[in-house]
Design a protein around this ligand. Sequence first.
Ligand code: FAD
Length: 393
Amino acid sequence: MSETADIVVVGGGIIGCSVVYHLAQLFEPSVRIVLCDRGPIAGATSGSCMGHLMVTPDDPQAYALTRTSVDLWRELHDRVAGFDYNPTGALYLADDEADVELFDVLRQQFVDRGDSADLLDPKQLRELEPGLAEDLPGALFYPGDGVVLPMLACGAMLRGARQRNPNVIVRPHCAVTGFERDGDRIASVVTERGSIATTTVVNTCGVWAPMLAELLGVQRLPIHPRAGNLAITGHHVSPIRTQLLEVGYVRFAHARTEVDPTGASGDPGGHAVNMQPQTNGGCLIGSTRQFCGMQKQVNRELLWRSLARAERYAPGIAVAPIVRTWVGLRPYSEDNRPLIGPWPDIPGLWIAAGHEGLGISMAPVTGLLLAQQLAGEAPTVDVTPYLPGRFAR
Ligand SMILES: Cc1cc2nc3c(=O)[nH]c(=O)nc-3n(C[C@H](O)[C@H](O)[C@H](O)COP(=O)(O)OP(=O)(O)OC[C@H]3O[C@@H](n4cnc5c(N)ncnc54)[C@H](O)[C@@H]3O)c2cc1C
């Protein structure tokens, strides 16, 4: 195989699929876009994760990014459909009165962004979610969140791309193994099925983004795998109907870590509960965080602790059959912000990676921002904090 493409996107997870979707919308249908993945589409992290579409209000930039993206998910569902999308909102839960104080902090953050969230007393909480423990001291309800099934969403994005542009080519089971250069510039992408002549490459390889960049001589792209253990129940046994998470989750999950992200110092890991109702009536339960390299063996102790927390909030989980457990690898960037934009030292190399535990939430806005930069259009959200050049030396 020897072919040409205007743009080659490498990595068919949720980020690569969203990049392809938005490139297809912004560029003329004559533009040839090839997506390569070494495995199946959504076969890596995007097929081993949860699908909480989460708006994070902790700072104005993160809010702008996540709010815009979660809105884009709704538009995508209206336009393309064909994937599970459930705008349940999110319930932040407290274990005791000490946790309740965090509700005010979080609620105020939403208010500061011009948004709102509602405090529920124990009676209102029980009315909304009768399957929760009777002694819970209330909750904070944020109506803007939702849940998607990421694997089907990847397929929907690619269908939507091809509807607009028949020159979108999707090539699973086609690993990129190298590049050819013409001076500084990229001249072609070498795959295990032949070369594709192109001057523009988008690296959407998630935790493997550093390895792909290294093939182009980028010595250090600071993205590290952060493992998460998950468990799912059988169908039709979920004790809950709303996306739930314990209020401490926000601090635990979205802060920049104090732990060595290379995993070299032996991260003991941690957990905070996140529970997601599935459209089949099952319940997906997460989620732990641990830097332990690329290994994907279930950490039984961490997962067990996570399940015990789930039972604390929703006692019915104790009797629900757990039918599968597994591990996914979040792509954590060293400042816990994604990289979206050009790599300054190599003309033609673009990066969209490093979304840690919010890649599903942020996928639509990431694809849009990358496509807008490539098309020379003004970005919908300020991209400055996300430009990969902050890590270039
Ligand atoms: C346990 C867990 C729970 C999560 N829960 C949520 C959640 O509720 N909400 C949320 O927003 N996010 C969540 N996330 C985060 C989210 O899953 C990730 O941020 C997102 O899936 C990353 O997508 P990606 O496309 O960057 O990477 P991936 O999905 O890993 O895609 C990268 C692709 O690149 C391909 N690739 C690599 N090297 C090559 C090569 N040389 N040639 C060709 N292809 C290559 C791989 O095969 C892979 O398919 C969770 C993650 C985990 C692990």
